[in-house]
Design a protein. Structure first.
Lengths: 211, 211, 211, 211
């Protein structure tokens, strides 16, 4: 089996975890109980009251999607694997597998006076994923250098500084959310939206980015 | 990694989401409680009383199957990907991941006086998926044209008009279901059955369709 | 995309459904409640009291495994696909996706006076899967003949008669279980064990079976 | 279809089961209930009180990861499959699919006076997986020898003695945990950590290990 095949297997295992973690999120959407004697308007209001769950679902699904796209493009930079990398990738997957849990906490408490704790917890989870990405990135360099020789140092550095920026952003939103949870969660959402937009624009502008 | 491989990865990630969303539907089938002192006939009646869940399961599984087949044949028309397409595909997957939720609402309330809301909600979900397919289709054209040059304009237009027809149908069933939920859900089911039948016949008649 | 690739995609989609249906079975194993004041022996007895769930898990996982192996070897006989086959395969997957539901019914009631209904229900599910296999098999022949020309008529007939035998067996166990549920479920289990044993022996004896 | 392809299919089916079993673990993490009138400190304490669940999640995810890596490297030693091997692999997957159950038992009772039973139960599950690995390993040798001729006898023996060592360790931790559950679970965790560390070091030191 060639290293090419091994990379493919790492990718498809990771993809399966991404797909399952994303799909399990729907289990958090609970069917509301419609008591007898509700008017049609009341029933729709009941459905609409599930907005914290819908919002949390959208946010976490979007996050997993972003991670999937980035994981995908990062893997394309490699030409071999090491056992350290396999375990670092496993640790990254572990943090992604966890997403449904802070999502459920967020959905349950964003609309209560415990919103601050819920947002801090969610933001910490985003921070953890970013840290796992840093470990993953480190495992591409040590003990064996797994990156294709033709990938420029500038590109590698560019990705690394993006990762550190992510760490910085989530430390900031975590701290901020202790006092201003609404601003905190809006920022977390905005970062996701900004990331998708930038990522689409960049890709279409600089075709040569792909290796 | 070639664009061919990238398409394969998009396909297999999508397939995983389809497979999980379809399989999670079974979690909505709840084992009925048989109190002591039931006759054999009562017990079977209890099992039969789960028909709204069985119906909703069949309908949603059928829908996911149709989406899978169509997604599969549409992907075959492409010869490359763009980041916009990746995110549009992700949005499409998001709407499919959601299916278990309106399915559960339908199963719980189709047999109650809230049937109208349940069917409207389900029909809206079908509409959302169709709209996501339109976005997905648009992302195949812009900003980068991803479709193989040998695919005729007529074929591309044919698919597009099918998508718009789907949007029209689900707007109609949604509106109708506010007043006539039973007719609404029967129509939604009929559209699925019709679609499968037409799709099988068309394929066997016009072999040259496949690219 | 070649027909070879299409077969691969059908296989991997089916595999994902098999894997998920098998893995979801574990969700039926509920952690027992240990009230305070139990002795160590009582606690282990509580765990052991979950035997109907463990048995149902083993049986259904074994069944899915057998289906996976047979699906796998049948797909190897094909050299192309048709839309009818895709939908017939989808219907087969639907019946497999359902397995966790009769499994849960069996686990809950095998040890009660409703055992008969539970076993009949489970046996009916096995029958349904076998019928779906017959439809699937038919779709390999019509409207397009998908089987490789080098596969002998004798081999095709052999598989078909195995399928009909399966249908016969499960009709028998279903009817029998109305009156003798314990014998019924023992037969269902025995058929699975026999099947695995025969399948291993046959394969090792007649190497030329593989195409 | 070549034996190469068959091995790939076995791998990807197994991977799907590993990925799902790992991801389902998150469903055991329950959102705590925050009653009204809790201070911020209380709320965080409530979240922290979930530590047995977090620990059990980490441990089981780590275990699945180790199994995935080892399964992966063992499959690389093969150049064909047999039906016996397919069923032995299925039995191995069955034991892995079960992991969420002892994990849930461990999470629920590690912090109670029933800790001993919970750890023994978990340790037994690890033992079962190791025994399934032995069966799997045996099925690589009999009735058909599936291992590539270029794999040295020494390497095959090395893996076998590792498996027996694992059996020995888990028999020991199981027995020990009847009286000293805390030491038992610490040992189980330590074995996992040690295994990952050794595996990373070995791989990086003896490059020639990979076949």
């Amino acid at each position: 089996m060639t290293d090419k095949n091994e990379l493919t297997r790492v990718e498809s295992f990771s993809d399966a975890v991404f797909a399952i973690a994303g799909t399990l999120l729907v289990l958090e959407l609970k069917v509301p109980i419609f008591e007898s004697g509700l008017s049609r308007g009341d029933v729709w209001k009941k459905l609409a009251e599930g907005w914290p769950s819908y919002l949390a679902f959208l946010l976490s699904f979007g996050t997993i999607l972003i991670i999937w796209v980035n994981h995908h493009f990062a893997i394309r930079l490699l030409n071999k694997i090491s056992k350290s990398f396999l375990y670092a990738n496993g640790f990254l997957l572990l943090t992604i597998t966890l997403i449904p849990f802070p999502t459920a906490v967020l959905a349950k408490y964003i609309d209560t006076k415990y919103a601050s704790t819920a947002v801090v917890f969610y933001s910490l989870a985003c921070l953890l994923i970013n840290l796992a990405f840093l470990v993953w990135w480190a495992a591409m360099h040590r003990p064996v250098y797994l990156i294709k020789p033709e990938v420029t140092k500038a590109r590698v550095k560019g990705i690394l500084s993006q990762l550190w920026m992510g760490v910085g952003i989530y430390i900031f939103t975590t701290l901020l959310s202790f006092w201003f949870p609404v601003i905190g969660i809006v920022l977390v959402i905005a970062v996701d939206i900004l990331w998708i937009t930038m990522s689409i624009l960049e890709r279409e502008m600089k075709k040569e980015v792909s290796v």
